[in-house]
Design a protein around this ligand. Structure first.
Ligand code: HEM
Ligand SMILES: *[C@@H]1O[C@H](CO)[C@@H](O)[C@H](O)[C@H]1NC(C)=O
Ligand SMILES: *[C@@H]1O[C@H](CO)[C@@H](O)[C@H](O)[C@H]1NC(C)=O
Length: 323
């Protein structure tokens, strides 16, 4: 029932969009927006869509009333987007034979796991009403991540913007997303490949201070008789609050995911990640500062800018060529 009502609202949204785009094209001939510099800028939408962050925030605020987990789910989408083809919104694309798109949503790291796509649709819909054809889906994910952390009590940061949306997915790369059963060395390598160091790895895994995991991925691997998909809190102390308690739990050996605990227990941890875990456990301020800096680094992974890619009208599909 939830699925069919979201389909309905997506359809209604795209009908409105088509009309809006037609009117714009007829009245202006061409759409002028953004600038063509490579690189991102925090003021990117200041003239073209000044209420961008407010709109993103309002939709997430509404969504989390019904589902406290939504902020966690949204930040994870930005991570899984940026690690595959860069932060280009590729994760949001659905299967579509006619444009040769094979969705990333069904790889092991995402299937029955990545969620919050309807909220992204709602954000896109609200933004298209306010400023049609301006804000990319990739930027929506970056802003949604920041807003989600802020709403959950974590730090706020100025989000660099101006990403454009890709027109391809990358299943092979999505299959290689970090796994909860990866060793520390493998996790370090996967992060290093994205230009992210040990501090980034420890800080960003701190996002497991909120949200849920299926018990099949936890150190305990469920309790007997429990369904493998049973949800547990990633942070057993403060499940929906963005704070540094996750690191304290890690120091007690009680982190949920094996990939969390290896940052302390792996033979390679002592010389690399363990001191950073201790530092963040001892200072929430240190954690927040580093987390914000690492999120900006992650958000800078190979964005499409200038005239590369497109501004998708519907985050789930590439734009249809109309001329
Ligand atoms: C080091 C590599 C990482 C691994 C191996 C990993 C693994 C996982 C796993 C297995 C889950 C549970 C999924 C499920 O049960 O369906 C999860 C959830 C989550 N992850 Fe990670 N993760 C990593 C890094 C990150 C990063 C960098 C972020 C964000 C900056 C992040 C944010 C989250 C959040 C917020 C959730 C909860 C999502 C929800 O409740 O919907 N993770 N992660
Ligand atoms: C994804 O999950 C669905 C629903 O449980 C399952 O039927 C399907 O086989 C999974 N897809 C892949 C590619 O693993
Ligand atoms: C968790 O338990 C299930 C069922 O006993 C088993 O099939 C699975 O391989 C286990 N997972 C891990 C990572 O050990």
């Amino acid at each position: 029932m939830a699925a069919s009502s979201s389909l309905l609202s997506a359809a209604r949204c795209s009908l409105l969009l088509t009309v809006a785009v037609l009117v714009l094209v007829l009245s202006h001939g061409a759409l002028a927006h953004g600038d063509s510099r490579a690189g991102l800028s925090s003021s990117f939408y200041d003239n073209s869509c000044p209420s961008t962050r407010d709109i993103v925030r309002r939709v997430i605020q509404d969504a989390r009333v019904a589902d406290a987990r939504i902020p966690a789910s949204l930040i994870r989408l930005h991570f899984h987007d940026c690690f595959v083809n860069g932060c280009d919104g590729s994760l949001l694309l659905d299967d579509d034979g006619s444009s040769g798109i094979r969705t990333e949503k069904k790889v092991p790291g995402n299937n029955r796991s990545a969620r919050g796509f309807n909220v992204v649709d709602d954000i896109k819909c609200a933004l298209e009403k306010a400023c049609p054809d301006i804000v990319s889906c990739a930027d929506i994910l970056a802003l949604a991540a920041e807003v989600s952390v802020e709403l959950a009590g974590g730090p706020s940061w100025i989000v660099p913007l101006g990403r454009r949306d890709g027109t391809k997915t990358n299943i092979e790369s999505a299959n290689d997303l970090p796994s909860p059963f990866d060793s520390l060395e493998i996790l370090q390598e996967k992060f290093r490949n994205m230009g992210l160091d040990n501090t980034d790895l420890v800080a960003l895994q701190g996002a497991h201070t909120f949200g849920r995991a299926q018990c099949q991925f936890t150190q305990k691997n469920c309790t007997s008789g429990q369904d493998r998909g049973t949800l547990v809190n990633l942070d057993v102390l403060t499940p929906d609050v963005f704070d540094n308690k996750y690191y304290g739990v890690l120091l007690q050996g009680r982190a949920q995911l094996p990939s969390d605990q290896v940052m302390l227990s792996d033979p390679f941890a002592a010389a690399t990640t363990a001191p950073i875990v201790r530092k963040f456990s001892g200072s929430q301020d240190d954690f927040f500062k580093n987390f914000a800096a690492s999120m900006i680094k992650m958000g800078n992974i190979s964005p499409l800018t200038g005239s590369d890619g497109e501004i998708r009208r519907n985050c789930r599909m590439v734009n249809k060529k109309t001329y």
